[in-house]
Design a protein around this ligand. Structure first.
Ligand SMILES: NC(=O)c1ccc[n+]([C@@H]2O[C@H](COP(=O)([O-])OP(=O)(O)OC[C@H]3O[C@@H](n4cnc5c(N)ncnc54)[C@H](OP(=O)(O)O)[C@@H]3O)[C@@H](O)[C@H]2O)c1
Length: 392
């Protein structure tokens, strides 16, 4: 039976936080691209905003509206019971996210989000992975620019290399884009929680089974001039490398000894130095509550780059993979990474979980493990490039 015809719950997909910046873009994408017969709903805390959004969406009369608030766990439980797949944009996730993960793990609904917060992902693993495995719920974090191009790009690169041998993959990110109030709030929040992040990672380490007979690592590389891509490579301390490492732990295809390093690629040295200084200054300011408040007032929740600015934005992640005597150069590329493409990746991930025949998985899983080839195919059809640039 096609997954679309399984009518055990009223909706195939429920989009929670549909009225926010990325939520609205995701709702617009789903309204334009959902296959006929998809039963889906928008959800959030303001019925008035939800109804106004539904009126603007093509085919809006077919789209359900559900009321739920993160401060009301019963409403989240009800929401998860109504959906086969729950996609949430309500962040910062470390502040607002846990109750919905708990509800999905308990009721067996698939869950996906846009978090880039390692602390959140680690805590959700410790607290909800076991229950989700029992109920069959797939908990898939980081289904936006964090971390789909990197996770699926590394997976795609590995698939071009020989099987059963040690593999080395480096990813180099280049982008020209700006961010929204929601993303800015999440980043500031994360910068201020370094100690909690380390504690959560340690706790995860105590719970996670050790990999036996294979190795999968994601060390922080050193800054260097990377001849292979003709740019300065700066180690990127985002969640992406951890996600790639988790995919490598879960999938034997990554070989007996896999190593991934994640970098920002910058053409000119002064830009590289300026970028590091700017992030350092933001990090320092985020440690002081008054400076953090001042900064978060600069960009409000719901704000974000307009359509013109987004149309000029782009990203490219180049990968260099080596193993078994072969070297391969691949690329994942697209338009505005933070919003247009994030909404596309997020919506296509939700559609994939709801509709595609996927490997049987449950519990906390990465995008490569849960959806791999099916999601790459979807994203290609939706205009995101996955290509082999050269191999030897
Ligand atoms: N992974 C990536 O690459 C990526 C890219 C972009 C964004 N993000 C993340 O996605 C998240 C959303 O970003 P954004 O720019 O869309 O933020 P936003 O515009 O501030 O939207 C946040 C949403 O959360 C809802 N919300 C807030 N409090 C709520 C509550 N108590 N109950 C129910 N809903 C509540 C808001 O509802 P109202 O509309 O009623 O206020 C809104 O729909 C952020 O965490 C951001 O970091 C990740």
């Amino acid at each position: 039976m096609s997954r679309l015809n399984r009518t055990d719950r009223p909706y195939d997909i429920v989009l929670f936080g549909a009225t926010g910046f990325v939520g609205t873009l995701t709702a617009e994408y789903l309204a334009a691209h959902a296959p006929e017969g998809l039963r889906w709903a928008i959800a959030g805390r303001s019925e008035e905003k939800l109804r106004a959004l539904r009126e603007r969406l093509p085919g809006g009369e077919e789209i359900g509206v559900l009321h739920a608030d993160v401060s009301d766990p019963a409403s989240l439980r009800e929401l998860s019971e109504h959906a086969r797949v729950v996609a949430t944009t309500v962040g910062p996730y470390v502040t607002y996210g846990e109750e919905l993960v708990a509800a999905c793990a308990e009721t067996g609904a698939d869950y996906l989000d846009l978090t880039g917060e390692p602390e959140f992902v680690d805590l959700m693993y410790v607290r909800h992975d076991a229950r989700a495995r029992e109920t069959g719920a797939r908990l898939v974090h980081a289904c936006g620019f964090d971390s789909i191009p990197h996770d699926l790009g590394a997976y795609f690169t590995v698939r071009q290399l020989p099987e059963g041998v040690p593999l080395r993959v480096d990813g180099f990110v280049t982008a020209d884009a700006t961010f929204s109030g929601g993303t800015f709030a999440s980043a500031l929040n994360q910068f201020a929680r370094g100690r909690q992040m380390i504690a959560a990672a340690r706790e995860r380490g105590r719970h996670e089974p050790r990999l036996v007979g294979r190795r999968a690592s994601a060390p922080t590389g050193a800054p260097r001039y990377a001849q292979e891509v003709g740019a300065w490579a700066l180690p990127l301390p985002t969640i992406d490398a951890q996600i790639v490492q988790r995919s490598a732990k879960a999938l034997k295809r990554y070989g007996p000894d896999f190593r991934y390093r994640h970098y920002a690629a910058v053409r000119h040295l002064p830009v590289a130095v300026g970028g590091v200084a700017a992030v350092g200054a933001l990090f320092a300011a985020a440690q002081l509550p008054p400076a953090r408040r001042w900064l978060s007032d600069r960009l409000k929740p719901g704000d974000g780059p307009d359509a013109d600015k987004r149309a000029k934005s782009w990203f490219s992640v180049r990968f260099v993979g080596e193993g078994g005597g072969r070297q391969v150069f691949t690329e994942v590329a697209g338009g505005d990474p933070g919003y247009d493409e994030t909404a596309k990746m997020f919506a296509e991930s939700a559609l994939s979980l709801a509709l595609d025949e996927l490997p049987p998985t449950a519990g906390q899983v990465t995008t490569a493990v849960a959806m791999g080839d099916a999601l790459i195919e979807r994203l290609r059809r939706a205009g995101i490039t996955f290509r082999v640039a050269a191999s030897r």
